[in-house]
Write a new protein. Structure first.
Length: 431
């Protein structure tokens, strides 16, 4: 039976999800922010955040509470032994897909193994990483039991509360988004819910089971993915008709119940990944999803469509494709943030490369070293030449003030806008 305790929280994984969570909990409880990346730990100790997600004022406040021996506050460590004094472990590590579009649970299971080795009676392990329904109890719990020697729901307990962080969004931040919570027993569900209620201003929704909470996260993004795939397919159709998709959406949007999704590249750690987790689980149960995977196929091919459309426009304008200069503006998965995870801009780059273009990629938000490590692309530090083709791939605010005439190689330069972001008078085509 679980006994009410004084919360000593460890947040494991200090990326886009874990850091904001650690900061908010650190204002009310004793919190250890843990990450295996020691450089990340040292950066945070100096109140710097490469993701730009942290409320730096809140970070400083939480850290100072710990320094002033108030009994609460936030400290950081990359040493596993420092986790041992915690009694609530919140795991927020990445759960990507592999090259075959299958769930990659390595970080999640490694984190579970690490926690399992220091788990004590009465401890609670809460997962926030996006998974398929059943993953917590069927994949993670056995690892916790194996390495702790303890019995699930007798000696230790689990919860699941899916992250809802929207990278780059400074309005809908952690505390302002309703949080789904769950626990492995009815009593633990209450404890987990009350824990999150203490920091989530928007309130919580206590799901009836961990599996329901896991499924809710999976379908949030799968639904959005399918909706975007529909308008992306419309863009492919309307391109053949010679009409502008955004014009059609604006007209249809005058009806009160029309959902105004826009076409575009669908990347990032959630929308471009979560549907594969749901599909993986469905297929393991003998059901082969049709709608979910068809939507994924459409969205995964949009980068190739953009690149080929640009090539066709260049040919129409008389350009020699081999050796032509192309500029891609933006490499992050969304506007005004540095997050490059699962960016589909890479599909445009790869397709251009196969046509023999000389390609420069410029992004004022992305970290150059990270882009080169992840994708093998060297970002341009500045733009100081003329191009035969320019693709606006990400709608960073900085690109609105660009002087496109200064970087065009004459009147024949093709400008393609994937976000319907630029003035229509200066572009040749858009999604």
């Amino acid at each position: 039976m679980f006994i009410k305790m004084e919360y000593k929280i460890a947040v494991i994984g200090l990326g886009y999800v874990g850091l904001p969570l650690a900061i908010e909990f650190g204002k009310k409880f004793k919190v250890l922010g843990f990450d295996i990346d020691n450089d990340r730990i040292e950066e945070l100790k100096q109140a710097r955040d490469r993701t730009n997600e942290a409320d730096l004022e809140g970070l400083t406040q939480a850290v100072n509470l710990a320094k002033n021996n108030t009994g609460i506050g936030l400290t950081f460590s990359s040493t596993v032994d420092d986790l041992k004094s915690s009694n609530i472990y919140i795991i927020t590590v990445p759960t990507p897909i592999d090259q075959f579009k299958a769930p990659d649970l390595r970080s999640l299971l490694q984190a579970s193994e690490m926690v399992g080795k220091i788990l004590k009676k009465g401890d609670i392990v809460i997962y926030e990483s996006t998974v398929y329904p059943g993953c917590t109890e069927e994949d993670c719990v056995p690892v916790l039991e194996k390495f702790s020697g303890l019995k699930f729901n007798l000696d230790f307990f689990c919860g699941y509360s899916p992250e809802r962080i929207n990278p780059g969004d400074k309005v809908n931040t952690l505390t302002k988004i309703m949080k789904v919570t769950s626990g492995s027993t009815p009593e633990i569900a209450i404890v987990v819910d009350e824990l999150y209620i203490s920091i989530i201003v928007a309130g919580t929704h206590k799901a009836p089971s961990i599996k329901v909470a896991e499924a809710s996260k999976a379908i949030e993004n799968a639904q959005r993915d399918v909706n975007i795939s529909f308008v992306n397919e419309l863009a492919l159709i309307f391109d053949r008709m010679g009409i502008d998709t955004n014009d059609v959406i604006d007209a249809a949007g005058t009806k009160w119940n029309f959902l105004k999704y826009k076409p575009g590249l669908v990347g990032g750690h959630c929308i471009g990944v979560d549907p594969y987790y749901l599909a993986h689980k469905a297929e393991s149960l003998g059901y082969h999803p049709q709608v979910i995977l068809s939507g994924r196929r459409v969205n995964d091919n949009m980068g190739m469509f953009v690149a080929n459309k640009v090539i066709k426009l260049m040919i129409q304008k008389g350009h020699k494709i081999q050796g032509a200069n192309a500029l891609i503006l933006g490499v992050t998965f969304k506007e005004n943030c540095p997050d490059i995870r699962n960016s589909r801009v890479i599909d445009i780059f790869t397709e251009f490369k196969q046509f023999g273009l000389n390609i420069d990629v410029y992004d004022p938000h992305a970290d150059s070293a990270e882009v080169e490590k992840e994708y093998g692309i060297k970002l341009s530090k500045n733009i100081n030449k003329q191009y035969d083709a320019i693709v606006l791939a990400v709608s960073h605010n900085e690109f609105l003030s660009f002087d496109f005439n200064a970087i065009k190689n004459g009147h024949g330069t093709v400008i393609f806008d994937t976000k319907a972001f630029l003035d229509r008078n200066i572009i040749d085509a858009r999604l």
